[in-house]
Design a protein around this ligand. Structure first.
Ligand code: ZN
Length: 421
């Protein structure tokens, strides 16, 4: 399908896929039959009649616990791990046919972002431990025709840098946290790259600047807004600008933004996704947990698919006392200080919350300077701290790379909620 077709063309395709998916889920999956009821679903507008998917109930009805959320026997399929690295592992299953079909959507999103068959690409996504990202991207690079360097996150950044130099690798793809580590090694080796495509985490403006300055990259783009459960939801085009504006991948995923209080459609709200092509384990009205806003008007690129701007990842926010603190707010508050990666941690001690900021820096900074900067930017938090409602804010300084990254993925957990486990 061409993304420049009139809305009626891809809209009719999306509606037909949706109606068939709901029929299949009702006919074959006991879990969905019960939750979806009998309301007719013929178009995307009918989705509001269906309940939002409850994540815990869905996982309880999914493998390995149950097959009630599946539409057929579990065979001829991939099992991927989904969700965080803590607590109970959760799994998403894709039939082999779905896996192959989804590669074409990856190909389309990477091409919209600027990947070309002539590119020499370091694939730095995570492989192993049932991670989906590397193997999807590996197949996408094959399908695109690129020169493919399958590093994964298991290759030391210094070794990646040496190969970038040896082979003239011009493109990096990976998770932002790992790309930032590799970028330091490339800088040390004295090499840059032309293009960087990221996925799996938000790339914050200071990190984007850091990558652009260190590596001289002229294209730094989201390779798509995707999650294992929801699939590929959105992509950036050449007119996206430096922010987090994406087009919906409208013939593959339907995106709704819902008010978190009323669960009604809103201009800005929680991202709720229906994947139109996941048929083995249907994903119908799935709350991804991220926040976004609709972007009105036509895009300069000529594509007709609706646009949204990702505001922050749901797992990048912390409830502290009765204030909400996001990673974005902390990074913005500390923008005047010479800090690198930051991690927010909440714990519960003697019935009070304690917030710890872990800050990577090469320089000596007074903890009070960090506290002052955050309090100035977050008066509601300052008030809670002053009232004794919270433990005093704790600040820990570490050298660059000092905050432990997650094994295999190399991702930085930006927000750690020890009280919420
Ligand atoms: Zn566009």
């Amino acid at each position: 399908m061409s993304e420049r077709e009139p809305e009626a063309v891809w809209g009719a395709l999306a509606d037909a896929k949706l109606a068939a998916l709901v029929d299949l889920a009702r006919a074959k999956s006991p879990f969905h039959r019960e939750r979806l009821g009998a309301a007719p679903v013929l178009t995307r507008a009918d989705l509001v009649k269906l309940p939002v998917l409850d994540k815990d109930a869905w996982m309880a009805a999914s493998p390995p616990r149950s097959t009630a959320a599946l539409t057929r026997r579990l065979a001829g399929a991939y099992v991927f791990r989904t969700g965080g690295s803590t607590g109970d592992p959760k799994f998403s299953v894709f039939s082999t046919g779905e896996f192959r079909a989804f590669v074409k959507y990856f190909k389309r999103t990477y091409q919209a972002a600027g990947l070309r068959p002539t590119d020499r690409v370091a694939n730095l996504f995570a492989c192993g431990s049932l991670y989906a990202s590397f193997i999807f991207v590996n197949r996408m690079l094959e399908a695109t025709g690129c020169l493919n360097f399958p590093f994964t996150t298991a290759t030391e950044p210094a070794a990646v840098a040496r190969h970038v130099k040896l082979f003239g690798i011009n493109t990096l793809v990976g998770f932002p946290s790992w790309l930032l580590q590799v970028a330091d090694a490339l800088e040390a080796e004295g090499v840059g790259v032309e293009k960087i495509f990221y996925a799996g985490e938000h790339l914050y403006p200071d990190e984007r600047r850091h990558l652009a300055e260190r590596l001289g990259a002229r294209v730094i783009a989201s390779a798509g807004y995707a999650a294992v459960d929801a699939g590929m939801v959105g992509y950036q085009c050449e007119a996206a600008g430096p922010g987090a504006v994406h087009h919906v991948l409208a013939d593959h995923a339907h995106l709704e933004l819902l008010d978190p209080q009323t669960w009604q459609p809103a201009a800005e709200g929680l991202v709720v996704v229906t994947n139109l092509d996941r048929r083995l384990q249907p994903v119908i009205r799935y709350n991804v947990g991220d926040l976004a806003r609709h972007v009105p008007g036509d895009c300069a690129c000529g594509r007709t698919a609706p646009r949204f701007e990702l505001l922050h990842r749901g797992d990048d926010a912390l409830r502290i006392g009765f204030a909400t603190l996001t990673y974005t707010e902390v990074v913005a508050a500390l923008a005047g200080l010479p800090v690198g990666a930051v991690q927010l941690q909440r714990e519960r001690l003697d019935r009070k919350d304690r917030l710890t900021l872990r800050v990577e820096t090469r320089e000596a900074i007074a903890p009070a300077a960090v506290v002052r900067a955050l309090e100035a930017a977050k008066p509601d938090l300052a008030k809670l701290l002053a009232s004794g409602y919270l433990h005093p804010l704790a600040v820990e300084f570490l050298p660059p790379g000092g905050i432990p990254r997650l094994p295999v993925s190399g991702k930085l957990r930006r927000v750690v909620d020890l009280a919420g486990l």
